[in-house]
Design a protein around this ligand. Structure first.
Ligand SMILES: Cc1cc2nc3c(=O)[nH]c(=O)nc-3n(C[C@H](O)[C@H](O)[C@H](O)COP(=O)(O)OP(=O)(O)OC[C@H]3O[C@@H](n4cnc5c(N)ncnc54)[C@H](O)[C@@H]3O)c2cc1C
Length: 512
């Protein structure tokens, strides 16, 4: 029996999975299930040339190994790109879309039928096909439109495209002056040139919102978030010429982090700090390595970091790509309770430095902050409620301010998977940011190191794989195309090792 692969999702992760499978023998068909065009997901589906990647061309490719395929794509289209550049995100979307067509040709030449069903998947259930004479497990993917499609292997690549509406704004979901997400950015560009806009968020999508709002007109934009911190500033995120992190030391961290291990969390923190410092110093001998900054006035910090970046004095930036790979590879092997205990302590650090943003955007923000067109509020509002045609916002110091619009840039959630008697239910899908929490109620499947899911602790690994953001319960850093491309390679390797209807693969590649 040949493989019938269903890829749920149509963003960069889905295309990366396809890139690793196209041309393989024994694949009868690949069916994409995604409501929109393949290749154009949330982050890279933009058409706005002002919205930049925060990852360099070097690590923003559909295949993680070797020379950057995105760099080759840009060069072949006449774009003067360097591997350290932060490309506009719409170019990544075009790259994914064109590669999708190319890989479709490759697959068809190998005898694989490629189809795209424009719908959302709402459930995956085990299903035995009475028409086949094998007892091989197949899966039925139920669609929101009422139809279904079956497959022997299911790749869940649905990204994180459910906008998060902060709880205090949920009663106002659908309000005409409340935007659940800053995308598509033309919605923001259409706001009146003198609008007063509150942006909820201070991370990458909030920076996109500020760039879109402040670039034209004379709008007054205020950014606010519970942390009040902007990401750090960087010049590049590229793979190092030679490794600087000692994998044996990082591999031993899990043991030192377990309650019964030889050392406590303090020892783990010390090891992490020592290893990072020595890796940073190895690349920048004699450089002063400043302590990570997780508090302070955002505008002052931004100015300092912008100047340091412009002067080429960001010694930590060339360790980041290797650090992300290392953390994903090592932490995914830790026990779930160790991950749950250790990772939250590092969350703020990872958010600020691993998701640092490009100098070009930092320079724009600094300029608008200086001109007074942009402000980063030191605190998060105590209350936000509709008032007249706009919003009344009360700050913790007791003052009240009015805004014409509120734009949520408070992050995205992955479509929640909950287990059912025969498979999983896929929640989410509300474009207005209405809470996905209700969809979330119920037991979660476990994501194994192989990226396969298991419905119950004593159950078998299903032939359902979670890639990209869907694997976030196992891998700490998934909002990154390189991580998704690494997942795609791991899954393709496992799929290549066996056929449906035969016994399970002899060995499963797990290491990233
Ligand atoms: C503002 C922003 C900027 C970013 N910048 C970068 C960057 O510079 N570099 C980088 O590496 N990463 C960046 N990321 C992370 C980036 O999103 C990931 O790297 C990666 O591209 C995600 O691709 P994806 O296909 O997994 O998800 P998405 O792009 O979100 O695509 C998800 C796809 O799944 C579909 N889908 C969702 N639910 C279902 C369902 N139930 N059934 C069927 N289809 C479904 C959607 O319609 C869509 O086609 C950024 C993210 C954001 C939000």
């Amino acid at each position: 029996m040949s493989k019938q692969i269903v890829i749920i999702g149509g963003g960069a992760t889905a295309v990366s999975a396809f890139a690793h499978l196209a041309g393989s023998s024994g694949v009868e068909r690949v069916t994409f299930v995604a409501p929109g065009p393949i290749g154009l997901g949330t982050a890279f589906g933009t058409t706005d040339p002002a919205l930049l990647c925060n990852t360099s061309v070097d690590v923003t490719a559909l295949k993680a190994d070797g020379r950057s395929d995105f760099l080759d794509y840009l060069a072949s289209r006449g774009h003067p790109a360097h591997r350290a550049d932060f490309a506009p995100r719409y170019l990544v979307g075009q790259y994914c879309r064109e590669r999708f067509w190319q890989y479709s040709d490759t697959a068809r030449r190998a005898g694989t039928r490629v189809t795209h069903i424009r719908d959302r998947a709402v459930a995956i259930d085990r299903h035995t096909d009475a028409d086949t004479d094998t007892d091989a497990t197949a899966y039925r993917v139920a669609l929101a439109g009422g139809g279904s499609v079956t497959g022997t292997d299911i790749l869940f690549c649905a990204g994180a495209d459910n906008p998060v509406l902060p709880p205090e704004l949920r009663p106002y979901a659908g309000h005409p002056r409340l935007m659940a997400t800053p995308y598509p950015s033309h919605k923001l560009r259409r706001l009146p040139a003198d609008a007063r806009v509150l942006v909820l968020g201070t991370k990458l999508s909030a920076i996109d919102a500020a760039v879109t709002l402040c670039r034209t007109g004379n709008r007054r934009t205020v950014m606010t978030s519970p942390s009040g911190m902007l990401p750090a500033v960087r010049n590049r995120l590229v793979r190092p010429a030679a490794p600087r992190l000692r994998q044996d030391v990082w591999a031993a961290l899990a043991a030192s982090g377990t309650p019964e291990g030889p050392a406590d969390d303090t020892a783990l923190d010390r090891t992490v700090a020592r290893e990072l410092l020595s890796a940073i110093r190895a690349g920048a001998p004699g450089a002063r390595v400043a302590r990570p900054r997780l508090s302070g006035r955002p505008a002052t910090l931004l100015r300092e970091e912008r100047h340091r970046a412009a002067a080429g004095r960001i010694p930590w930036e060339d360790v980041m790509a290797e650090l992300i790979d290392t953390v994903n590879a090592q932490v995914s092997r830790w026990r779930a309770d160790v991950r749950a205990r250790v990772l939250p302590r590092y969350r703020a650090l990872m958010t600020r430095y691993i998701s640092a943003f490009p100098l070009r955007n930092a320079t724009l923000l600094d300029g608008w902050l200086t001109e007074g067109r942009l402000r980063v509020a030191p605190r998060y509002p105590e209350r936000m409620e509709p008032s007249g045609t706009g919003w009344s916002v009360r700050w913790p110091d007791g003052t009240t301010e009015t805004f014409d619009h509120i734009v949520c840039a408070s992050g995205y959630r992955v479509a929640p998977l909950t287990t059912t008697a025969t498979g999983v239910r896929i929640g989410g899908g509300a474009a207005d940011g209405a809470a996905v929490e209700a969809d979330d109620a119920g037991p979660r499947p476990e994501i194994l190191e192989t990226l396969r899911i298991r419905l119950r602790p004593d159950g078998p690994a299903e032939r359902i794989w979670a890639l990209g953001a869907g694997a976030g319960a196992r891998f700490p850093i998934v909002n990154y195309l390189r991580a998704a491309a690494q997942h795609a390679a791991v899954v393709a390797d496992q799929l290549g090792q066996y056929s449906p209807g035969t016994t399970e693969p002899l060995a499963e590649r797990t290491a990233l």
